[in-house]
Ligand binder design. Structure first.
Ligand SMILES: [Zn+2]
Length: 167
């Protein structure tokens, strides 16, 4: 890996930034290039990841009807929206968000965590109770929908329905 001195200035301390480029293959995403800009004076770092391989835009659906479904492994790509219509919940991709691996349960827990930031109103308490019921694996059936223009997301379950998005 060759390090190149750039004309860019460190936003922290005003020194020149150095640049390193590294291309590699990772699971789920395929080939990626990691661009790293770093400052030798203050250790400021800015990392930008480029993904090379794209697949067709996809919608992935899983009916969650039992405890096993909750354990299904999910790879959520950085471009993916996660929608749970029964809960009126949508998780949008964040700015510069990285892909991550979780489970169906992990997604539902993260929605419950977000609820706790919204206070303790009656409706929120009711929603929280419903989510606890879903997490117990028996009380309520939901659908997890992943809408992914990069087509990279996956749910490891034989019950998954995948449809290509027509534009
Ligand atoms: Zn600096």
């Amino acid at each position: 890996m060759e390090e190149i001195k750039t004309d860019s200035i460190c936003p922290n301390c005003g020194s020149y930034l150095y640049y390193i480029e590294n291309t590699t293959e990772i699971a789920y995403e395929g080939k990626i290039t990691i661009h790293t800009f770093h400052c030798k004076s203050c250790y400021y770092k800015n990392i930008i990841i480029d993904r090379h391989d794209r697949e067709k835009p996809k919608i992935i659906k899983l009916r969650v009807t039992n405890k096993n479904d909750l354990k299904a492994i999910v790879y959520r790509s950085p471009e993916a929206y996660i929608i749970i219509p029964e809960l009126d919940a949508e998780i949008a991709p964040g700015i510069a968000s990285n892909g991550y691996i979780t489970t169906v349960e992990g997604i539902i827990v993260s929605i419950r965590d977000k609820l706790s930031l919204m206070g303790t109103g009656e409706e929120i308490n009711y929603l929280r109770q419903r989510i606890d019921g879903i997490l117990s694996g028996t009380e309520e059936k939901i659908t997890i929908i992943i809408d992914d223009d990069s087509g990279k997301s996956k749910i490891n379950s034989s019950k998954v329905e995948v449809t290509e998005k027509s534009k």
